[in-house]
Every structure is written in structure tokens, then in C-alpha cells.
Write a protein that binds this ligand. Structure first.
Ligand SMILES: *Cc1c(COP(=O)(O)O)cnc(C)c1O
Length: 410
């Protein structure tokens, strides 16, 4: 929806005022002090061609350590799709992480970087039977499913394996919801897990995903409650489930403030204790975004700045990266990255942000108000913060002749 001129003017003035105070937080254009100093040094020294993603491996290691500290009972399975850079997989492997993989390619990646097959979970509920057979042949014995047809495939291609059933949960409160594509109703899941045993598989547990970048801490209580009811129902059929896989959903820090990891961990721990009492099952967590998101920065270059008419206040700033080269999560303006223009400190003005390709879908933010420095020029660098997750892995191989997003792990 187009803003009236007076609204735009109102939006500009407070932003410009905020920029002047030392202790103020600029909502739209992140403070330079938010920029990871190690990455800033790398960018200044190496001057890499843009666009590029720079990931600080120490920051990933720190997030991993924090998660272990706050959820000591959970086994961590890194969701590889968030960022499959081999350096990240290798480092997490060294730290003792397990891996949630979704495809033959991700299996080969993790095994190639040193993970043993007992540390891999084939967590995609939509698999080709020959890929299940491939995983089984490699030694993987832990598989997800959420339908009768997938269970059939597992019974044939992964005899005797441990299987867990993914249940539907509503993803309210998630900035990147995963909808009804995955999971089945708890009633169906109970039947399927019984069937799993009759097929000679090992009915191991229940999984869910409350939606990525979940901001409502109560969602884990609902979902874990559902999982606990399934444990009770199956116990009546003499099946003792042993594992709850609480999926992902922990956040990275985008424009809106999010609770700290400690509060997420407390929400999970409290819900587990509330619903399972003293009989805690094994807990698996599959973090993607929260492990790598904050550890990465994309540097991009301004290609063009233009206005659409003489009386329009909003500038269009076209970057050398867009929806097709790493910023796919700006779809429907869902994920709102913090953006900073290093070197420009002047007053800010309202900005539409778009990518460089000849596709009209390649607009990053038009409805969401973004403010960038008014003295921004063509050729200036722009940094997009907390872009370590779901960026490089979403980059097309070369749509419109633009190269895939290059990643530097430092
Ligand atoms: C993508 C995915 C995750 C990771 O979710 P985040 O919200 O990024 O932590 C975890 N589990 C499964 C099954 C997934 O598909």
C-alpha cells in the first residue's frame, strides 16, 4: 500500500532524530556496532566481490555451545539445509553435533565431512525409496515419516530401522511457518506407529516443528503436550516410545527483538517436565536458523538508486542481491533483515529495496518501512545482518546470469 507524503515525512523525522543520539537504537538501519568485528575486518581487508556471505565459524561454535549449555539433555541435530557450507558441517561435526539431513546430497556432505552414520537422522518425510535404500546402505538407522505410504517405503528399504512420526502442530507465531505440508494428526500418527511395529520397524518417537523463527514460547507447550499424549496412547498398545524430537524454531535476531536462547530452552524444559514428569524421554533438537543465522553477514553493493516520479519521496534502492540469489526469505516480506550502510551516518529516508534481476517478484521490501541513509550512493556497500541461515542454500545457480551467492567461512 502506498504511503501518503505526510506519513512518509513523519516516518523520516523520528528516524533521523534517533540517528543522532548515541544510546538510541535505529530500528530500520542497524547500528554499526551490531556488525561482527571479525567479519567487518575481513570485508575491509579482503574487499571481496559482492554479493557475498561471510560466516564467522566461532560465532556458530558459540551458538552451539550456548544451546548445549541451556538444553543439556537434548541431542543436537544441526538442520543442514540452513547452511550447508562444508566448513560449518565439519566444525559442528568436530564439536560432536549430529545432523538432520533431507536428501542424498546432504547425507554425502555430512559423511564426507566426517560424521558417522549413527549421527545422521533422515528427517525429511518425503523421500524416494531408492534414497532411503541409499541411506540405509550407508548405515543410517533413524528416519522420519508422516504417512502410510512413506512407512511402506521404510519397511521395504530400511528394515528394522528406528522411525519417528511427525505430527501436525499449528505454527502460530512463526515468522516462517511450515504449514500443513508436514506432519499428520496425532490419531493417525498413533495408528502409523503401531503399524510400524507390525512391519518390523522400531517405533522410536514423535517429532514436530513449531515453525521457523517462532516467537511465541507457548507453542512448545502445546506441541510437547500433544507428543506426551501419544506416548500414553501407544503405551496402551504396549508400545513404549522413547524419543521426542522438538524440531527447530529457535530464532536468529532480525529487526524485531526476540527472547534469548535461555528463555526458549526454559520453555522447552518446563513443557517437557510438565507433560512427562519424571519419565523424560530422549530429547532431540534440530536447530538450523539459531545456530548459523546470527553468524553471517551478506555484503552487497548498491547498483541503482531511483525515484518513480517527481513527487515521490520514497527512493528505490536496487542491490546486487535479491530474492533469487540468497534473500528468498523476504518472500511476502516474512523475514525482515537488519540492514546497515557502513560509512554513511547521515539522516535516513524511506526506501524500497529490490534486487537486480529482471523479475518483478525480485523486490525485497516495499510494504515494510526501511530507512537508509539519504546520502547513500551507487557503488556504496550495504550489509545485511544475521544472514547466515537460509541464504546461500536458497541462491539460484545463476538466474538471469547472476552467479550463485559466494560464501566465505572465516
Ligand atoms: C528446517 C528444519 C529444521 C530447522 O528449523 P529452524 O527453524 O531453522 O531451526 C529442523 N527440523 C526439520 C525437520 C526441518 O525441516
Amino acid at each position: 500500500m502506498a504511503k501518503t507524503r505526510s506519513n512518509v515525512a513523519l516516518a523520516v523525522r523520528p528516524a533521523a532524530r534517533r540517528a543522532a543520539g548515541p544510546e538510541t537504537v535505529r530500528v530500520d538501519c542497524a547500528n554499526d556496532r551490531d556488525v561482527n568485528p571479525k567479519i567487518a575486518r575481513f570485508l575491509a581487508e579482503k574487499q571481496p566481490e559482492t554479493p557475498c556471505l561471510v560466516v564467522d565459524l566461532e560465532a556458530v561454535a558459540q551458538s552451539y555451545a550456548m544451546l548445549r549449555e541451556h538444553l543439556p539433555l537434548a541431542r543436537i541435530f544441526y538442520a543442514v539445509k540452513a547452511n550447508p557450507a562444508p566448513e560449518i558441517v565439519a566444525m559442528l561435526c568436530g564439536l560432536g553435533s549430529n545432523f538432520d539431513v533431507a536428501s542424498r546430497g546432504e547425507i554425502e556432505l555430512c559423511l564426507g565431512e566426517g560424521a558417522t552414520p549413527d549421527r545422521l537422522s533422515f528427517g525429511n518425510t518425503i523421500k524416494k525409496e531408492r534414497d532411503i535404500a541409499f541411506a540405509y546402505e550407508k548405515g543410517i538407522r533413524l528416519f522420519a515419516f508422516d504417512s502410510a505410504a512413506e512407512l511402506d517405503k521404510l519397511s521395504r528399504a530400511a528394515p528394522g530401522a528406528r522411525v519417528f512420526c511427525r505430527i501436525l502442530v499449528d505454527c502460530d507465531g512463526a515468522e516462517w511457518p511450515l504449514s500443513r505440508k508436514f506432519g499428520c494428526s496425532p490419531e493417525m500418527a498413533v495408528d502409523l506407529l503401531r503399524q510400524a511395529r507390525s512391519f518390523g520397524l522400531d517405533p522410536y518417537g514423535v517429532s514436530f516443528h513449531v515453525g521457523s523463527q517462532q516467537t511465541d514460547l507457548d507453542q512448545w507447550d502445546n506441541a510437547i503436550g500433544r507428543a506426551a499424549r501419544m506416548f500414553s496412547l501407544l503405551a496402551e498398545a504396549d508400545i513404549a516410545l522413547r524419543m521426542v524430537n522438538i524440531g527447530g524454531g529457535f530464532p536468529a535476531r532480525y529487526r524485531s527483538a526476540v527472547p534469548g536462547i535461555a528463555r526458549y530452552a526454559a520453555a522447552v524444559t518446563n513443557a517437557m517436565t510438565k507433560h512427562f514428569g519424571n519419565y523424560l524421554p530422549e530429547i532431540i533438537i534440530e536447530p538450523g536458523r539459531s545456530l548459523v543465522g546470527d553468524a553471517g553477514i551478506i555484503q552487497s553493493e548498491v547498483v541503482l538508486i531511483a525515484k518513480k516520479g517527481y513527487d515521490e519521496e520514497k527512493r528505490w534502492v536496487y542491490l546486487d542481491i535479491g530474492k533469487f540469489h540468497g534473500l528468498a526469505e523476504t518472500m511476502d516480506e516474512s523475514i525482515k533483515y537488519r540492514i546497515t550502510a557502513p560509512g554513511s551516518a547521515g539522516p535516513l529516508g524511506p526506501t524500497v529495496l529490490a534486487g537486480p534481476t529482471c523479475d518483478s517478484a525480485d523486490i525485497l521490501y516495499e510494504k515494510t518501512e526501511y530507512h537508509l541513509p539519504l546520502d547513500l550512493k551507487v557503488g556504496d556497500k550495504v550489509e545485511i545482518l544475521a544472514t547466515g541461515a537460509y541464504t546461500s542454500s536458497y541462491s539460484s545457480v545463476g538466474f538471469n546470469g547472476f552467479a550463485p551467492l559466494k560464501t566465505y567461512c572465516i
